[in-house]
Design a protein around this ligand. Structure first.
Ligand code: F6P
Length: 373
């Protein structure tokens, strides 16, 4: 394997690869398109790696052309495929004698697959897990440039990730849609949103839809207070209460509802089920009829909104600028409305959560929104 010193200076890069890692989100294709078009425009060859790091481990890598990225700006998903279970450093390879999953470090295999094709740099489009998976590859001398995606908007170092604005728009529309049906039936309607341990998506969609209750992981909620609030609204003659609850919302004792665990995944906990639990509890304690809706992966699908298309294209262009300037191992970020970049490792395995005193929380509280605290 070549050492870092053996490699050509990154500013003279002739061949790069791109992959999309982790859960998909709207705007991935817009980044791929921006990277491929910009690169080809500058005489740089671009290889696409299929299914995230899994394709790199399995050597599923193909040359991309302008035709491959034609007409994909508005497409949801990713033309390359993605995978949220394959960190090369901790790749599951069966079970140990005690039944626990067995892992192998395949970082060198990944680097070899890149070296065979003389690929000098890798654009990794992903969230915190993808950035952490890129670090050991960068440590072995492949220049890794990160582009931040996730509907959760929880990547450390950037104010915004692409995919988030689309998810907010989808969730807001869903919350708007349950409003009249809840009012027609004098019901409490509990809507569960994604976001893992971050409440950004629920906070923004909750505020945009005028949800009466917003429950996010960062502000633990007291069930009694939520029930009292529903009763208070009903006694005031309000015909409905809309509750936007994040899948990771925590109760006063810090408990979350876990749908299942996947021990082979680097992020084994799959949250889910809080809307059903909450709706049953509210109906039992208040005697107000309640229903629940889980938005799930609808929040990750569909065409990206205009803001995400623009952001994704800007991010892809900035990633190429970094490569052309010879910068190494950077993560493209947006801070205070300005495009910039930070050390890629600084975003690995960290999450940007909603501060309890965030201005949007105060804004929501000023219009009588209940956070259950
Ligand atoms: O990180 C994005 C996300 O959609 C989270 O909001 C959610 O908890 C998780 O991925 C779901 O993962 P999966 O696609 O594996 O069900």
């Amino acid at each position: 394997m070549a050492t870092i010193q053996d490699r050509v200076p990154v500013s003279q890069i002739k061949r790069i690869a791109v992959l999309t890692g982790g859960g998909d989100c709207p705007g991935l294709n817009a980044v791929i398109r921006a990277v491929v078009k910009d690169a080809i425009n500058c005489g740089i060859e671009v290889y696409g790696i299929e299914d995230g790091f899994l394709g790199l481990i399995e050597d599923r890598i193909r040359l991309l052309s302008l035709d491959d990225v034609s007409n994909i700006l508005t497409m949801g998903g990713t033309i390359l495929g993605s995978n949220n279970k394959s960190n090369p450093q901790k790749y599951p390879v069966g079970k140990n004698e005690d039944g626990t999953p067995k892992f192998k470090d395949l970082t060198e295999v990944c680097v070899t697959h890149l070296e065979i094709r003389k690929i000098e740099a890798l654009v990794v489009i992903g969230g915190d897990g993808t950035m952490s998976a890129a670090k050991p590859i960068a440590d072995l001398g492949i220049n890794c440039i990160g582009v931040p995606k996730t509907i959760d908007n929880d990547l450390y170092g950037t104010d915004i990730t692409f995919g988030f604005q689309t998810a907010v728009s989808v969730a807001t529309e869903a919350l708007d849609r349950v409003h009249p049906t809840a009012a027609s039936h004098h019901r409490v309607m509990v809507v569960e949103l994604m976001g893992r341990n971050a409440g950004w998506l629920t906070l923004h969609a909750g505020l945009a839809s005028g949800s009466d209750v917003i429950l996010i992981p960062e502000i633990e909620f007291d069930l009694e207070k939520v029930c009292e609030y529903c009763l208070w609204r009903s006694q005031r003659g309000k015909r409905f209460t809309i509750i936007a609850v994040a899948e990771g919302a925590k109760m006063s004792d810090g408990k979350q509802i876990v749908e299942r665990t996947d021990p082979t995944s680097p992020d084994p906990i799959r949250l889910g089920g809080i809307a059903r639990w909450l709706s049953e509890q509210i109906e039992e304690k208040t005697e107000i009829e309640s229903r629940y809706v889980v938005l799930g992966h609808t929040q990750r699908g569909g065409t990206p909104v205009a803001g995400d298309r623009v952001l994704a294209t800007q991010f892809g262009h900035h990633a190429m600028q970094l490569l052309k300037m010879g910068k190494t191992n950077r993560l493209v970020v947006m801070q205070g409305g300005h495009l910039g970049d930070v050390e890629i490792a600084s975003a690995a395995d960290k999450q940007r959560l909603v501060p309890k005193n965030h201005p949007l929380v105060a804004t929501a509280k000023s219009v009588y929104t209940c956070f259950g605290d």
